[in-house]
Design a protein around this ligand. Structure first.
Ligand code: NAG
Ligand code: NAG
Ligand code: NAG
Ligand code: NAG
Ligand code: NAG
Ligand code: NAG
Ligand code: NAG
Length: 264
């Protein structure tokens, strides 16, 4: 009980009305946007290059002038300025990719990488706190680099390369199933799959899956492990066929050993 009261007190102290009762920004990413989280967020949002973000504020009584501002490092500026007797004035870099709603004062931005910065809304009498927008580049299909044909018994490496964006997670699948590490299957630096002493069983489709906060992508690679049996079996078959055609088949069955060693 005491703990609950203490926690409540702490909570009240940590949030002195500013965001609870006062003016706060809520932002969300509009669909479609890769696999970004589309839920509304206050204080901080992660979104993707090319996606549209909607910044909103609670209903506000109309006054003389309102604006949306940005801050990046020490640099601050105005995105859009709206005095009620004139059309909204949007600053140049935001001109063709933002939409300011003169009724509810919301702002839509089609994101570029440079939009990874802080935002706030301001009227002549009050201002919100700074809202942090993180803009992440979505991941393109990765590329798997490796040798698609390996001899049984050898080691082989497949390297997963991300061409656009930065991946936070990598994992591998074989024929659609998650691959787990072992003595035989090793992961190096998360990006590289190493198969030690490959066997026929290791042949199959290997997929590298990459993921970051806003997207997931994957690509697959067909690995073929050539077993020595692949060479020996057809030779044995050919031997048997040729042998039987030549009428040596019976002789061969009786004197099995010399024939087999001769076919190797
Ligand atoms: C729009 O804003 C710019 C800079 O913020 C200013 O120089 C310009 O005069 C404004 N234009 C209008 C029509 O308010
Ligand atoms: C925005 O679009 C208009 C018309 O298409 C164009 O004249 C203007 O240069 C564009 N502004 C920016 C900053 O790209
Ligand atoms: C502006 O916001 C109002 C109220 O939320 C909404 O009814 C209206 O459709 C919006 N206008 C545009 C152009 O999005
Ligand atoms: C994966 O990347 C390709 C471009 O390389 C893109 O066309 C595709 O939409 C991406 N897939 C996902 C699920 O984001
Ligand atoms: C791929 O592996 C095969 C067999 O081990 C080898 O002969 C070939 O040179 C390798 N190719 C490359 C591009 O490494
Ligand atoms: C590999 O992934 C693990 C956990 O996902 C992480 O802790 C580690 O830093 C990653 N290593 C590299 C080189 O990316
Ligand atoms: C290869 O796969 C088969 C069937 O999946 C299994 O019975 C066999 O033990 C595997 N061999 C090796 C060397 O992993």
């Amino acid at each position: 009980m005491l703990l609950v009261v203490l926690l409540l007190l702490l909570f009240l102290l940590a949030c002195p009305g500013s965001s609870a009762a006062g003016l706060g920004i809520t932002a969300r990413t509009l669909s479609p946007c890769y696999s970004a989280d589309l839920r509304p967020a206050s204080e901080r949002l992660v979104s993707a290059v090319g996606c549209t973000v909607l910044l909103t504020i609670p209903p506000l009584k109309a006054r003389k002038v309102v604006s949306w501002e940005y801050k990046t490092g020490p640099q601050e500026g105005v995105i859009v300025n709206y005095a009620f007797d004139r059309p909204a004035n949007t600053s140049r870099p935001y001109e063709n990719r933002t939409r300011f709603n003169e009724t509810d004062f919301s702002l839509q931005i089609v994101l570029q990488r440079e939009d990874d910065q802080l935002y706030r809304f301001r009227s002549e009498s009050e201002a919100t706190g700074w809202f942090q927008l993180r803009v992440v580049e979505p991941l393109s299909e990765p590329e798997i680099v490796g040798n698609s044909s390996v001899k049984a018994g050898g080691n082989t490496k497949l390297v997963c390369k991300v061409l656009e964006g930065k991946a936070d997670f990598y994992w591998w699948k074989k024929n659609g199933e998650l691959l787990l590490g072992s003595d035989h299957i090793q992961f190096i630096d998360n990006t590289t799959l190493c198969i030690v002493k490959a066997s026929m069983n290791d042949s199959g489709y290997y997929a590298c899956v990459v993921r970051n906060a806003v997207s997931q992508n994957e690509t697959s690679f067909l690995l073929h492990v050539q077993n020595a049996a692949n060479v020996v079996l057809p030779v044995i078959l050919a031997c048997v066929v040729v042998g039987s055609l030549a009428g040596v088949f019976v002789w061969c069955r009786r004197r099995d050993r010399p024939c087999r060693s001769g076919c190797r």
